[in-house]
Ligand binder design. Structure first.
Ligand SMILES: [Zn+2]
Length: 214
């Protein structure tokens, strides 16, 4: 659905398993939209851990927290619907409190990232407020996690991003983090950001942690 012709991250996951002998694949999806195709493809598959943060209620409307896998795959799908307005603090808290511990428990052989940049505050399609530096911080965390858990194996696959400035800055900051360089964010460009819905975010994360025993 959406704007994707092919489920590239799902194809990459299966390729890693079948052609490269990596039994356990983790997919972290920080695109603003729920990764509904990936979710459905691996719904009953315990060998692929799918963790998606997305804007609650945004297109296509899937990705409720209660969607946590099926059959053998129960628990290997983790959906974290963030309230509209969630930004840098929410993204990092979701990573530190859910994505990282879920990854450590799963022990992946490789981490794939559905790297969409449409949660950027500049993006016209949705209502999250990630900053350019948020992508630096998320990417640095993914790299550290992959270094710790699976010999540094991680691959970022470009997904959404509909504001060319936000997209360009976000992608560049991901590269900077992976190369070990500092963020290129211009602090002056974030003056207009509003406060995050901290209380709502805290409740969502607490609920997700309880549901997934993290
Ligand atoms: Zn998207």
């Amino acid at each position: 659905m959406g704007f994707c012709l092919f489920g590239t991250v799902a194809a990459a996951a299966r390729h890693a398993q079948r052609a490269r002998g990596m039994a356990r694949v983790m997919i972290f999806d920080f695109d603003v939209h729920h990764g509904n195709g990936t979710n459905d493809i691996f719904r009953d598959d315990p060998s692929v851990l799918f963790v998606s943060t997305h804007e609650d209620g945004s297109f296509p409307g899937t990705g409720k927290m209660s969607d946590a896998g099926e059959g053998d795959g129960v628990g290997a799908t983790i959906n974290v619907p963030l309230p509209p307005g969630s930004g840098d603090a929410a993204a990092l808290a979701a990573f530190d409190e859910i994505v990282a511990p879920a990854a450590a428990r799963f022990a992946p052989d490789i981490v794939l990232v559905s790297a969409g940049y449409d949660a950027h505050w500049r993006d016209p399609l949705a209502g999250l407020s990630f900053r350019t530096g948020t992508y630096w911080r998320l990417s640095a965390r993914v790299k550290a996690l992959a270094d710790e858990l699976c010999g540094g194996r991680c691959v970022f696959l470009l997904e959404g991003g509909y504001d060319l400035t936000g997209l360009g800055e976000g992608v560049a900051d991901s590269f900077r983090a992976l190369l070990g360089d500092g963020s290129g964010e211009d602090p002056g460009a974030i003056a207009g950001l509003t406060d995050e819905p901290t209380e709502k975010v805290r409740r969502v994360l607490a609920e997700a942690k309880a549901m997934h025993q993290l």
